[in-house]
Design a protein around this ligand. Structure first.
Ligand SMILES: [Zn+2]
Length: 159
């Protein structure tokens, strides 16, 4: 049953980036199933932050349609803290396909973000504006292919 629940959770996408699921984002910390009740523990991300109630409703919807599940409980927990390192490799690929650079995994020697262009993979990029269309994204410019693009801000223990 746990496996079925996890598969079903893959259908719960980020409300803003509809190819990336809560699993891809590393938001699912724990899944429990007992006596017809599914309990899903999620770590809130800065990505889903304004949309946590939407995510909660979608999880409830998707899981309550599974056979054998009578009740769905969604809990948001803050420990362990979510970091952008939890985004899976698959999730990082999907972000790139969406035209959004995944958060950098480490900082450069001068404390700058090392962000690769999602279009041409060049590291020759420049931050244009730390404030993008949403609080979690920044605008970058690729000096290689001359495209502007968005990058997810990193949230990590190294910050
Ligand atoms: Zn580029």
């Amino acid at each position: 049953m746990i496996e079925q629940i996890k598969q079903a959770l893959d259908a719960v996408k980020d409300p803003e980036i509809d190819s990336v699921s809560v699993l891809d984002l590393g938001m699912v910390e724990e899944v429990q199933f007992e006596n017809g009740e599914a309990v899903v523990k999620l770590l809130p991300t800065f990505i889903g932050c304004p949309a946590l109630d939407i995510i909660q409703k979608r999880v409830e919807q998707v899981l309550s349609s599974l056979e054998g599940i009578e009740r769905v409980t969604v809990e948001f927990i803050n420990s362990p803290p979510w970091t952008s390192d939890r985004i899976t490799d698959e999730g990082r690929e999907k972000l790139k396909e969406f035209g959004i650079a995944p958060p950098p995994k480490q900082m450069g020697p001068n404390g700058e973000w090392q962000v690769e262009c999602p279009y041409c993979a060049s590291a020759y990029t420049l931050m244009e504006n730390i404030f993008g269309p949403t609080a979690c994204r920044s605008i970058f410019y690729c000096k290689q292919c001359k495209n502007p693009f968005e990058a997810l801000k990193p949230i990590s223990t190294w910050m």
